[in-house]
Design a protein around this ligand. Structure first.
Ligand SMILES: Cc1cc2nc3c(=O)[nH]c(=O)nc-3n(C[C@H](O)[C@H](O)[C@H](O)COP(=O)(O)OP(=O)(O)OC[C@H]3O[C@@H](n4cnc5c(N)ncnc54)[C@H](O)[C@@H]3O)c2cc1C
Length: 381
């Protein structure tokens, strides 16, 4: 058993961290205020091969593994988890197109997605269905030319911002097998967006409802096979969960590093606050939590890379554990900054706000527990 990263993996992490420090961190607070991420950022990430991190090399992607991806998201999130998580969603869509779509979509959508001239959003959730995603109601009626879409998607990261939407729609019966995946290009008549959601965190990412009113798409926009859409939607989620966990890890690590520095400078009762043993113990506990989270996350990623039969269970466990550890550490870091932690200038309150949603999306942490419990009961049967 070898726990060390390879030289290449270390270089991947350093590249992502370095890019974040130079191109994201200095602007992250302004992008929060603007409620958007400048579109020009994405082709820069595309040029580094981060538009198709685990898209195969034959298709023009980087062909990296899931463990490599966690290193990228851990590194980028040290600058801003909101920006990093948006990249994760785009990558989930790009991988779906690469794996399941035909040559037409791969040429028209995948190529610009890899360079990030086109950014993609993932549309599964609806106003009436989140955790129970297979209950979705957005319908795609078959026509002579293709499909006509009607319905509403909720909470879509990049809604009204992205260049294309990977949408899970109902083409058949009410079961999960009645769901298909289609691609909808921005600007298609009948595609519109709700108002910008006013969120607690992830503020730089525009989140809107995505609305389809007699929205007509050609038959060639079907991704893969009719009726397999729910399978495709779920296929990306194990990796997505690892990425979101990595985003919590990187941001919490960055908060801890900053807190250590702050505590070595801030004085109370005649000494720097890092000299109080009660606070040293808190630092130690945070270090233990984050190292445990990192090891667990990388083990889950390794299982996914190696198609281990229990990979999904480990991805769910890691998502639950790492996102909650990340939030706990970030909140402690805020506390250790005293009143200054509550001020936006110190950056820790943004981390606390940004990380909270990682416990809710890509499957809530209750659903992660449900997945783990199901595996446990099945193993015991
Ligand atoms: C900022 C943000 C961005 C998002 N981006 C996207 C996106 O880009 N694309 C997309 O498709 N979706 C996106 N989502 C939606 C997200 O995936 C859903 O919010 C999430 O899946 C939960 O669904 P819900 O909000 O409908 O909650 P519900 O499913 O209604 O859950 C409510 C509560 O009940 C619990 N619960 C539900 N079922 C069970 C059960 N069986 N057992 C125990 N507890 C249960 C849940 O854990 C939760 O605590 C985003 C959400 C947010 C907040």
């Amino acid at each position: 058993m070898d726990f060390a990263l390879t030289e290449e993996q270390t270089a991947i992490f350093d590249m992502a961290k370095g890019f974040g420090e130079e191109h994201i961190a200095p602007y992250a607070r302004q992008w929060e205020k603007d409620g958007t991420i400048p579109k020009e950022l994405w082709p820069e990430l595309g040029a580094l091969g981060l538009g198709g991190i685990y898209v195969s090399e034959e298709s023009g992607g980087s062909g990296l593994g899931r463990l490599d991806a966690t290193l990228i998201f851990e590194g980028l999130s040290m600058a801003c988890p909101s920006v990093a998580a948006f990249l994760s969603i785009h990558n989930m869509c790009a991988k779906m197109v690469d794996t399941f779509a035909d040559d037409h979509l791969r040429e028209t959508v995948l190529a610009p997605a890899l360079s990030m001239q086109k950014v993609l959003s993932y549309c599964l959730t609806e106003p009436g269905s989140g955790s129970d995603a297979a209950a979705l109601k957005t319908r795609a009626e078959k026509t002579n030319e293709g499909y006509t879409l009607n319905g509403t998607k909720a909470f879509i990261s990049g809604g009204g911002y992205s260049d294309g939407y990977i949408v899970m729609v109902r083409t058949g019966d009410d079961s999960a097998r009645g769901i298909s995946t289609v691609y909808v290009e921005d600007g298609t008549p009948g595609l519109s967006f709700g108002g910008l959601e006013d969120k607690m965190g992830w503020k730089s990412q525009p989140t809107r409802q995505v609305q389809f009113d007699d929205c007509k798409i050609p038959a060639t926009n079907l991704v893969g096979t009719e009726g397999d859409g729910f399978k495709y939607a779920m296929a990306g989620l194990d990796g997505g969960r690892l990425n979101i966990a990595a985003c919590s890890l990187g941001a919490a690590q960055s908060a801890l590093t900053q807190t250590l520095q702050y505590m070595s400078e801030r004085k109370a009762f005649g000494k720097t606050i890092d000299q109080f043993q009660a606070l040293q113990f808190r630092l130690a506990d945070m270090e233990i939590e984050l190292q445990a989270a990192r090891t667990f996350l990388r083990q889950a990623a390794w299982k996914l890379d190696n198609n281990a039969p229990d990979a999904s269970k480990f991805c769910a466990m890691a998502k639950r554990f790492v996102t909650e550890a990340g939030s706990k550490v970030a909140n402690q870091c805020l506390q250790l900054h005293g009143g200054y932690g509550y001020l936006a200038d110190y950056g820790v309150e943004k981390t606390v706000r940004d990380l909270r949603v990682h416990e809710i999306l890509e499957g809530t942490n209750e659903i992660m527990r449900l997945i783990v419990a199901r595996h446990l009961l099945a193993e015991n049967a």
